[in-house]
Design a protein around this ligand. Structure first.
Ligand SMILES: Nc1ncnc2c1ncn2[C@@H]1O[C@H](COP(=O)(O)OP(=O)(O)O)[C@@H](O)[C@H]1O
Ligand SMILES: [Mg+2]
Length: 246
């Protein structure tokens, strides 16, 4: 089932044409690697899908409906979530509190509405277990490894019932062992039928994890093919322009 379809998406910033004529379709449970040199338009494309700003031209369909997001909450409302590179977590709060940040659970005692810490702890624990992550709900995020922080950010999107998760360079700043943990998490999202767009410069991440690879160059899509039909050498050529298209 096709979840997201982009048709001839363009975006300019003043005189800069950041994107031109980008078509893309993603099915439920599909993991698509989005690659390209700095300035190729990857983040701009991600931000359009996530509702940060509209495209200058082109149309977008999600789950069979034409969509035009005015704000990120509009995209979130249909199940599109982003895990940002800087992760935007609150260091001084627990993993559970971060998972529920902005959507806290409450319980009522007489006239008082109190935070329901134990319900949030239990739900967060269940999410980490589902993700097979060793992250503990009660631990402070400040004390966590990069991989555990990713698990917290991903658990947040699971809570929101995400159907498409965009990850912009999730493994850029973490250790090798933690990279494996994050890639395993992506595999778990796929098993749950969630579509993932993985933006990365790391060729091994893309080739280990993705079903398809999409390469952008100077705002245009220059390749979109099954991962099994491509190779790191070919993708490198496409990124640099040594190869025109593939
Ligand atoms: N808010 C903005 N204002 C002006 N130019 C921008 C803005 N965002 C991106 N650009 C330009 O659009 C192009 C694509 O950028 P970007 O999508 O960030 O590329 P990537 O994520 O692939 O490195 C670049 O030339 C960049 O300078
Ligand atoms: Mg970027």
């Amino acid at each position: 089932m096709t979840l997201l379809t982009l048709d001839a998406i363009g975006r300019s910033f003043g005189a800069i044409q950041a994107l031109a004529g980008v078509d893309l379709s993603i099915a439920a449970g599909e993991v698509v690697g989005l690659m390209g040199d700095n300035g190729a338009g990857k983040s701009t494309l991600a931000k359009i899908i996530a509702g940060n700003f509209p495209p200058s031209s082109g149309t977008m369909m999600f789950d069979g409906q034409q969509v035009a997001f005015a704000r990120p909450v509009d995209a979130r409302a249909v199940g599109i979530e982003v895990v940002y590179q800087d992760l935007a977590l609150a260091d001084n709060l627990s993993a559970a509190a971060n998972v529920f940040l902005g959507r806290e659970l409450h319980r009522r005692i007489g006239p008082f509405l109190l935070l329901d810490h134990s319900a949030m702890q239990q739900r967060a624990t269940a999410l980490f277990r589902e993700l097979k992550s060793e992250t503990r709900a009660e631990d402070l995020v400040r004390q966590m490894s990069g991989g555990q922080r990713q698990a917290v950010a991903i658990a947040r999107t699971r809570l929101a019932d995400a159907r498409l998760i965009i990850m912009d360079e999730p493994t850029a700043a973490i250790s090798v062992r933690q990279v494996a943990e994050v890639l395993a998490l992506i595999g778990r999202l796929r098993e749950a039928g969630i579509a993932v767009i993985l933006i990365s410069h790391r060729m091994p991440d893309i080739f280990e994890t993705c079903d398809r690879v999409v390469v952008m160059r100077r705002g245009r899509k220059v390749a979109d093919k099954p991962i099994a039909a491509s190779s790191p050498q070919e993708v490198t050529g496409l990124i640099t322009g040594a190869l025109e298209t593939a």
